[in-house]
Design a protein around this ligand. Structure first.
Ligand code: FES
Ligand SMILES: [Fe+2]
Length: 353
């Protein structure tokens, strides 16, 4: 699980709107094995703290929140929700020499974008300030629709990610009349190029065996799609067709070392005037992600026994790049040298799917 990146522990709507107070205002989430308490202050700004009091480890989510400060319910220490700084230790006498302000609860930079709460998980030994801006879903105009989906998986982030970028499971896992049939398997050739922290499947006409892509043909313009993968966990796909576009992002969020969640979100201006388009999209999206969820849950049964695994060329080459990128990132953090990209130029891969 890589540190030094932004991750999303939960959706914005899980935090609720308005200005809830007390314990109900506080939500918990697990992120990279760290328990978090997340909430919104009285100005509506989200905050995230480690869900553990620095005094004796009581979960702060069990305490009381007044809209600005969170009070632990064991000995009543109070912490500023936006900075984690301790404001009050009720047991101290007036002549106490203890500098309360120097005590801090674990605290994380926190933002909200695209309907998600984002938390910056610093690299060990660095200060908590974000070293890069929070990721955004690319959109190409003012007017669009947006939808979100999620699936919890009993697998490590690595298996979640290589499952997500794997081109060879499509004909077996995602068979559906509206998408493609098992018989449509054929040879494909795709060009890839390195991008910072990841790689791109260069702009290409989408696979001819995907019925969903064929639908875009009604606009009578060429359809072009680009797919990017970027460390630590983001896959972006853009489909453009004249001034019509569809932009999606799948993130594999590391919850613990052995569990992850796929957060999928998409924005589009295609078929904006078709009624119930968002519901239709959710229905099909749910079905599609459900197929991955079922498959990876089954896979986790086999992985329990720690079997030896293999990655083959060319279909698993993106998975190899992912592991090489992780190594390169960690090496550059350790040495302080710029990251050495594992790809030295464009590459063409061929497989059947
Ligand atoms: S454990 Fe939180 S105040 Fe003591
Ligand atoms: Fe899949």
């Amino acid at each position: 699980m890589l540190r030094g990146f932004w991750y999303s522990p939960m959706r914005s709507d899980q935090l609720g709107r308005g200005r809830p107070r007390g314990r109900d205002a506080l939500k918990t989430a697990m992120l990279l094995g760290t328990p978090l308490v997340v909430g919104r202050d009285r100005e509506g700004k989200a905050f995230a703290m480690r869900d553990s009091c620095p005094h004796r480890g009581m979960p702060l989510s069990l305490g009381h929140f007044d809209g600005a400060e969170l009070q632990c319910h064991y000995h009543g220490w109070r912490f500023d929700a936006q900075t984690g700084q301790c404001r009050l230790i009720p047991s101290l006498t007036a002549d106490s020499k203890l500098n309360v302000e120097r005590i801090r609860a674990g605290h994380f930079a926190c933002e909200e974008h695209d309907g998600y709460v984002w938390v910056y998980v610093p690299y060990p030994g660095t200060r908590g300030e974000p070293e890069e801006p929070c990721p955004r879903l690319p959109v190409f105009g003012e007017r669009y629709r947006i939808a979100h989906l999620a699936a919890d998986l009993p697998l490590s982030i690595d298996h979640g990610i290589i499952g997500l970028m794997d081109p060879a499971h499509g004909p077996f896992v995602h068979q559906a009349w509206w998408w493609r049939s098992g018989k449509s398997i054929h040879e494909k050739q795709k060009h890839f190029e390195p991008i910072p922290l990841g790689f791109r499947m260069s702009a290409h006409a989408p696979s001819s065996n995907s019925a969903a892509y064929k639908l875009l043909g009604v606009y009578g313009e060429p359809v072009v799609t680009t797919i990017d993968f970027r460390l630590p966990n983001i896959r972006l796909e853009q489909i453009r067709c004249g001034d019509k576009w569809f932009s999606s992002r799948a993130m594999v969020v590391p919850v613990t070392a052995t569990t992850c969640r796929i957060d999928f979100c998409a924005a589009w201006n295609v078929f904006r005037h078709v009624p119930f388009m968002t519901s239709i999209f959710r229905l099909f999206g749910r079905m599609f992600i459900g197929q991955d969820e079922r498959t990876m849950t089954e896979q986790s049964q086999g992985l329990k026994h720690n079997p030896p695994l293999m990655l083959i060329d060319d279909a698993d080459r993106p998975a190899k790049w992912y592991f090489a990128l992780k190594q390169a990132y960690l090496r550059s953090r350790e040495t302080g040298q710029p990251m050495e990209h594992p790809m030295d130029g464009p590459v063409t891969l061929r497989w059947r799917s």
